[in-house]
Each structure stands twice: as structure tokens, then as C-alpha cells.
Design a protein around this ligand. Structure first.
Ligand code: PYC
Length: 310
């Protein structure tokens, strides 16, 4: 299986160029559902140790039925599919440029939750225009064991997020273990309380938000991804959810830049525009670098052929 590995602000992406499963026909959302339901061994074998690790996100590229799109992408992490993925879209563009499949400029990518536009403005710099993002619920209050009462917003940025400024642990890289534990407990509490996104959608990302550490920054975050890994980058879909909240609170005007720091200090430059329907269309600019151009091998007798799952 031919893969290209990259990282975007420290967050890894593995683009699968060839050797993926046959997902049959139907919409991209149908094919993504089939990937998750019928090919979990494939996903685990590509992403988990010993070939990968639990923070890795896969991008399975397929031809798109939409002639305006350069490709379709199904993004997945070791526990299941993502709707959209900002950092992996940047990683995908940089990887496709690396192998000579695309040139610099604008490319449309179909995802299961809509078409996104990505502008490769240099070999390592990408601007992604994400799907329309919005706040679903404001100031939801819940009791979280060990954290007390927490208030936060539920928002869509291509995935579902619970965003709160109230985690009470400093957003510093030395606290990643404590932040991860707190975010996991909070997510568990959301599930127990039945707090969901639209149409009962499960909230699988938790985003702690706070003040920046650098003088140029406007905000800093810690994002827990589905499963237990945290996002090394500022999380493109998490930034989109954050932009939707800022816009709805009247705290950021369209076109005004916002520099978002991740928990390891990598940054995205964000802004948004409103489309004809008045929806928030996030713009996320960041850097991605190719780190490996590889062939994965799956020996039949390898006891860890489908990844280490303990
Ligand atoms: O960049 O949107 C993102 C993302 C989601 C999960 C990991 N990264």
C-alpha cells in the first residue's frame, strides 16, 4: 500500500494513494459508512502501532463523482471516521503536490460532509475553506466528576465539538496528561447526560479554549479527538466550530484574522466569510510537511498485521 505521511502543525496524516478497500458505489457518505462498518481491520492496520500510532489520521483518496473536485477524501482515525478534517486536508494537498498529482493553486475536495476548497499557496502552505459551520447550543451546563460545573457550547465545524473555557487546567504542554483525562471525563459526562449535536449526533471532540501564550496569538486550545488522542495542531474543524461561536457572539467580524495556537504552540491563521445564506464559512491557513513516502507491507503471518489492539 503506497502512503505519504505528513504533519500539519505537528498533527500526522497518512494519505493512502493506492491499495485501499473497494467501498462499492453510492454517495461518499455511504462509502465512508461502509469503510467504518466493514473495513475496521484496514483502518487499524494502517493507523495503529506498529505502523502508526493513535494520533494518526488516515486520508483515503477516491475519485470524485463531482467533476469540479480533484478527489474525494474519507478521513478516519483509529476509532472511526471523521466528517471533515482540516489538518488532514492540508496534509493531503501537500502530499499530492509532493507526488506531482496536483499543482499549486485551488483544488476542491469532496468529503462525506460536503465539498471543501483548499488553496495550495506554496509547497507547504495551504488555505482551507471549510464547510459551513454553526453553533448548535449555547451555554450548556453540566456537572463533571472531578471538574465540577462546566459550561460550554456545542458547535459544528465538520465534526461535533463541545467548547469550553472552563477546564481549570492551564493550557500548557506540560499538562497534556491532565488535560486529556479531564476532556475524556467531560466527554463521558456529555454522553451520559444525552447532550448531542443536531439530530442526536454524538459529540466526539472536546475543545478547551483559553488565552494565547504568544503575543501574536488570539487564542489557544486543547482538542481531544475521537478515542483518546489529542490534536497536536489547532484542529481545523475545531477552529471552525470556534469561529462559528465567535461570529454568533459578535466577537469577530468577517475577514478579521484570528491566530489560534494549539497545545504544542503550532498555529493556524483563521478568518471567516458569510455565504449568500449568511452561514459562517471558515478559512484556515496552516503549514504541512511531507515526512515519509512509503510502502506499507502486510505479511500474512505477521501476528500484528492489523495493528496492536490491546
Ligand atoms: O484538523 O479538523 C482537524 C482534525 C480533526 C481531528 C484531528 N484533526
Amino acid at each position: 500500500m503506497r502512503v505519504i505521511d505528513s504533519h500539519t502543525g505537528g498533527e500526522p496524516t497518512r494519505v493512502i494513494l493506492s491499495g485501499g478497500p473497494d467501498l462499492g458505489s453510492g454517495s461518499l457518505a455511504d462509502q465512508a459508512a461502509r469503510l467504518q462498518a466493514e473495513h475496521s481491520d484496514f483502518c487499524a492496520s494502517v493507523l495503529l502501532e506498529p505502523r502508526g500510532h493513535d494520533a494518526m489520521v488516515g486520508a483515503l483518496l477516491l475519485p470524485s463523482d463531482d467533476p469540479s473536485c480533484a478527489a474525494s477524501a474519507i478521513y478516519f482515525n483509529p476509532v472511526g471516521n471523521l466528517g471533515m478534517c482540516g489538518h488532514a486536508t492540508m496534509g493531503t494537498l501537500v502530499s499530492l503536490f509532493h507526488v506531482g498529482h496536483i499543482s499549486l493553486g485551488c483544488h476542491r475536495i469532496e468529503t462525506p460532509v460536503g465539498v471543501v476548497e483548499a488553496d495550495l499557496i506554496s509547497p507547504n502552505r495551504v488555505v482551507v475553506e471549510n464547510v459551513a459551520s454553526y453553533r448548535h447550543a449555547k451555554a450548556i451546563c453540566l456537572e463533571v466528576p472531578g471538574l465540577g460545573q462546566i459550561t460550554g457550547d456545542v458547535a459544528w465545524g465538520g465534526n461535533w465539538f463541545f467548547l469550553t473555557p472552563e477546564c481549570r487546567i492551564a493550557l500548557e504542554s506540560s499538562n497534556i496528561t491532565e488535560l486529556s483525562a479531564a476532556a475524556l471525563t467531560l466527554r463521558e459526562s456529555l454522553w451520559e447526560r444525552g447532550i448531542t449535536g443536531a439530530n442526536g449526533a454524538r459529540i466526539d471532540h472536546v475543545e478547551f479554549i483559553g488565552a494565547p501564550l504568544s503575543p501574536q496569538g488570539h487564542g489557544r486550545n486543547f482538542v481531544l479527538c475521537p478515542g483518546g488522542a489529542y490534536d497536536r495542531s489547532p484542529c481545523g474543524t475545531g477552529c471552525s466550530a470556534k469561529l462559528a461561536c465567535l461570529a454568533e457572539d459578535g466577537l469577530l467580524d468577517p475577514g478579521t484574522p484570528w491566530i489560534q495556537e494549539s497545545i504544542i504552540g503550532s498555529t493556524y491563521t483563521l478568518s471567516y466569510r458569510r455565504n449568500d445564506q449568511g452561514h459562517v464559512i471558515p478559512r484556515i491557513e496552516g503549514e504541512a510537511y511531507v515526512i515519509a513516502d512509503a510502502t506499507l507491507h502486510f505479511a500474512k503471518r505477521d501476528p500484528y498485521r492489523t495493528g496492536i489492539r490491546v
